[in-house]
Design a protein around this ligand. Structure first.
Ligand code: ADP
Ligand code: MG
Length: 259
């Protein structure tokens, strides 16, 4: 689904050139949840920005669903980001004066989805991430951190992207809530057959994913397939299991949205 080849990104800082991403190549199959781990300054955010076409590589190629995004024009890149990618950030980045529902509808407005469809899809997504109906009409300041990140995940799924990119999605959450959020991402990845790449420096979180890439000094230094017990999320690169779709449907809304 995602193929990265010989990716390099060099910045020219006052102290001289900095190679933030250095000759990285990897593949992530469809529906797989991958984590990128590495210390602060290792190049994780730069790599994610390249994958999301928020920045251009110095060299190398990125293919998403067979399309070489590194060859797209600026105009096509705008459409790529809007229609194919969902972003989830550490600080949630919800629009403060819009309700949860309006936040989820916003990307669909940009993509010119019909108003009726926007609303219905947003309500469905918010229910799926475990928000109660009353919470749909709340502004972010009246939601907990975990609830805000649920809304951000619903928003990321709004235009049915093929790829979700998350930069430290649990960085502002306590450990228990972080775990719930990662489980939610995992279930949704399976249900929507969305590939997810999450950057984290939390190894506990990384172990919950299917595949972990380790980067150090801009280089890929490790790759690990994570095996999970049956029913708790499985691991193989092809595996989108029916049992997990059942698990998604059973996300206990009232109970878990409190986190
Ligand atoms: P991480 O997300 O793993 O903490 P980053 O991708 O943010 O790492 O940064 C990787 C390296 O690239 C660091 O040395 C950082 O200082 C440098 N860097 C990142 N962005 C820029 C930039 N816009 N200009 C110059 N150097 C940068
Ligand atoms: Mg970073």
């Amino acid at each position: 689904m995602l193929t990265v080849q010989n990716l390099r990104k060099q910045f020219n800082s006052e102290a001289g050139p900095v190679t933030a991403v250095s000759d990285i190549s990897f593949e992530v199959p469809e529906g797989v949840f991958a984590a990128i781990v590495g210390k602060s300054g290792s190049g994780k955010s730069t790599l994610l920005a390249l994958l999301g076409a928020l920045d251009k590589p110095s060299s190398g190629t990125i293919q998403v669903g067979g399309q070489a995004i590194t060859a797209l024009s600026d105009r096509d890149l705008i459409a790529y980001r809007r229609d194919r990618i969902g972003f989830v950030f550490q600080a949630y980045n919800l629009v403060p004066n819009l309700t949860a529902l309006e936040n989820v509808m916003l990307p669909m407005e940009f993509a010119r989805v019909e108003a009726k469809t926007r609303r219905a899809r947003a309500i469905g997504l918010l229910a799926q991430v475990g928000l109660t109906e009353a919470e749909h009409d709340r502004k972010p300041s009246r939601l907990s951190g975990g609830q805000q990140q649920r809304v951000a995940i619903a928003r990321a799924l709004a235009n049915r992207p093929k790829l979700i990119l998350a930069d430290e999605p649990t960085g502002n959450l306590d450990a228990a809530t972080g775990k719930v959020i990662v489980n939610l991402l995992h279930s949704l990845a399976r249900e929507h057959k969305t590939t997810i790449i999450a950057v984290t420096h939390d190894l506990e979180i990384a172990r919950q994913t299917d595949l972990t890439f380790k980067i150090a000094d801009g280089k890929l230094v490790g790759k690990e397939h994570n095996h999970h017990p049956a029913g708790a999320g499985t691991s193989t690169t092809t595996g989108i299991s029916a049992t997990n779709e059942v698990a998604v449907a059973a996300v206990p809304a009232r109970q878990s949205s409190r986190l």
